[in-house]
Ligand binder design. Structure first.
Ligand SMILES: Nc1nc2c(ncn2[C@@H]2O[C@H](COP(=O)(O)OP(=O)(O)O)[C@@H](O)[C@H]2O)c(=O)[nH]1
Ligand SMILES: [Mg+2]
Length: 302
């Protein structure tokens, strides 16, 4: 009953895809079998869209989807929201805003709330993305909220990473610099209908140019997602970047990044941070407590 009709999945059958994702999401044996039998012979680009809450990531995804549908493309969208209760509303907001695509068979949209036990992206997200790579899409778009370390993680998940900022971020750009610079393949200054956009673009460009860039110069693109302004330009740059990704050096780097994360997640799979805190709370109150002895007894030996 659970088995996947792979030929149907590859043709883009939404029911097969939903079933395949749920097998993988629940870490079922059939899901593992599916993952180990996927033929990675075709490159399906995965574009990550990250940035702070409210920057306009969903609006950009929405606008890109419109743009690409007009080009006759089939698009898979993954929206990843942290499980933080503070973000519950935004998930619903995304659903409503994207709802005009929900019944279009050329677009598949899936929201995931999974966070891994490590506090970062869960291994499931990598796996689901790979399933989606085999479901007949021309492109996969992944929206993640870029706060803390998640921008860095998306680097191993997406082939191209778009960092979305707004003009108001101008003052903070020096502090944003290190983490975002590491991960951005493209910068988007969205909400450029607002004051300060041009100055911000100029400053961001200056920052970008400080970085040594051999084969790819990070573009800074101005958009107004709500009116589709700059979206065609964004896509042009993404296509150029994607052409680079088929080069073997970068491809192997991305693969290694992904493998690192997958291994880490598997090895840490049985370790729950909250449980660790609770156990240590009790254990550390015992006379003669020793952290090394404790870990040796309860964690290392396994
Ligand atoms: N003025 C203006 N508002 C925008 C623009 N893009 C998005 N918004 C609005 O900003 C809010 C947050 O957008 P959303 O796409 O949900 O941001 P996300 O949290 O990054 O996904 C929404 O009310 C959008 O309508 C833009 O270019 N200009
Ligand atoms: Mg959003």
């Amino acid at each position: 009953m659970n088995s996947i009709d792979f030929a149907l999945l590859q043709k883009g059958d939404a029911r097969q895809l939903a079933r395949a994702i749920s097998l993988v999401e629940n870490d079922l044996p059939e899901g593992k079998r599916l993952l180990t039998s996927l033929p990675f012979d075709k490159h399906v680009p995965v574009v990550g869209i990250t940035g702070p809450p409210g920057a306009g990531k969903s609006s950009i995804v929405n606008a890109l989807v419109h743009h690409l549908l007009a080009e006759g493309k089939k698009i898979g969208v993954l929206a990843i929201d942290p499980t933080s209760p503070f973000n519950f509303g935004s998930l619903l907001g995304d659903r409503i805003r994207m709802s005009d695509h929900f019944n279009d068979s050329r677009v598949y949209i899936r929201s995931l709330a999974t966070r891994g036990s490590l506090g970062g992206l869960s291994a499931r997200i990598f796996e689901i993305t790979d399933v989606m790579r085999h479901a007949g899409f021309d492109l996969i778009l992944i929206e993640t909220v870029g706060v803390g370390q998640s921008e860095v993680e998306i680097a191993g998940l997406a082939d191209s990473t778009v960092v979305v900022l707004v003009p108001e971020a101008g003052d903070e750009v020096q502090t944003l610099k290190s983490g975002l610079m590491e991960v951005a393949d493209l910068f988007v200054v969205n909400k450029s209908d607002r004051e300060g956009a041009d100055i911000f673009v100029k400053n961001l460009n200056a920052l970008v140019h400080q970085k040594e860039q051999a084969e790819w110069e990070i573009p800074v693109i101005k958009t107004i997602a709500t009116t589709n302004e700059g979206i065609a330009e964004l896509w042009e740059h993404l296509e150029k970047h994607n052409a680079l990704n088929t080069g073997s050096t970068r491809k192997v780097q991305l693969l290694a990044e992904k493998a690192w994360q997958l291994i880490m997640h598997r090895r840490m799979a049985d370790i729950d941070r909250k449980e660790l805190v609770e156990r240590l709370h009790v254990a550390s109150g015992q006379p003669g407590f020793n952290i090394y002895d404790y870990l040796q007894q309860h964690y290392y030996g396994k």
